[in-house]
Design a binder for this molecule. Structure first.
Ligand SMILES: [Zn+2]
Length: 291
């Protein structure tokens, strides 16, 4: 069962878990861009992490994970909606030799943004990335900032991306529950990359926790979807301003914008451009008034 999220809950202690595996969703990303292997794998892991983290939130809206740094990997960004629609992109130097997580980003920072749907305030947290892997860095972040003991295992290759999360829920914990958490942590840590990538979620849950009392929820589909539209590109051009856009037209004869996520091309000729700035141009062209 690829491209699904499987949530589960341990009956004997307030511990929840989730596992996800991406195949078609991951291919949809890779057929639009080609990345050096370490960047590709980190992008896959970040997509999986986004689905797993969003599964722990009561967010109606969009979550964005964005990593930036001073290393050869400049930017890596993944968006995930509460309905598990995913898109992601990375920007890196062409000649890419670095493959260690910390060195790829170099002084890396992670920005997590939660954008609720209905006019509620967006929430953003910025953290310095520590650790030798994304899974470690995210686990570290969740314990420190949210006081949520969370462990993640993430993996990606050319064909698949997969991951597992377990999280301690807040509450009063008795001795037996602590023991269960320790046991579940140890069991989870025995998961191998090949299993995350190739076993179904049900097989993973069974393989790891068959001696525990686990409640399994219905699987939920995960898919690739880009939210770019011509209207949004038009807004972006409007925010650049008439003078700027006009100078592109004069230089190139047209304006071509490609969505960085999905590569969809948006084309504007001189007539289109005059039209989108029609409200902004007053008298002297180039002198823009905004309302
Ligand atoms: Zn797009």
């Amino acid at each position: 069962m690829s491209d699904t999220l499987q949530r589960f809950l341990f009956e004997q202690a307030p511990v929840r878990g989730a596992c996800v595996q991406l195949s078609a969703t991951w291919q949809a990303i890779l057929e639009r861009h080609s990345y050096p292997q370490p960047v590709r794998d980190l992008l896959g892991e970040t997509m999986v992490a986004a689905v797993l983290l969003s599964s722990t939130l009561k967010l109606k809206g969009r979550m964005t994970l964005q990593m930036t740094g001073e290393g050869p990997l400049k930017l890596l960004m993944v968006e995930c909606t509460d309905g598990h629609a995913l898109r992601g992109v990375a920007q890196c130097e062409e000649h890419f030799e670095q493959s260690e997580f910390a060195a790829m980003l170099g002084q890396g920072r992670l920005v997590i943004t939660l954008e609720p749907e209905e006019g509620k305030e967006r929430y953003q947290s910025i953290v310095n990335l520590h650790g030798t892997s994304l899974a470690e860095a995210l686990g570290d972040y969740l314990v420190r900032s949210e006081q949520l003991d969370t462990r993640l295992w993430l993996s990606a290759d050319r064909h698949h991306a997969g991951g597992l999360l377990i999280q301690k829920l807040p509450g009063r914990w008795n001795e037996e529950e602590h023991e269960l958490w320790e046991r579940v942590s140890h069991l989870s840590a025995t998961i191998k990359d090949a299993e995350l990538l190739h076993l179904s979620q049900q097989q993973i849950v069974h393989r790891l926790y068959h001696e525990e009392d686990v409640r399994i929820f219905d699987t939920e589909p995960v898919f690739f979807r880009c939210t770019c539209t011509r209207d949004r590109v038009t807004n972006m051009l409007q925010s650049l301003g008439y003078t700027e856009v006009k100078s592109i037209i004069e230089e190139q004869g047209e304006v071509n914008v490609a969505c960085e996520f999905c590569n969809q091309k948006y084309h504007y000729d001189i007539v289109d451009i005059e039209q989108i700035f029609v409200d902004d141009i007053s008298g002297d062209k180039g002198n823009i008034t905004r309302h």
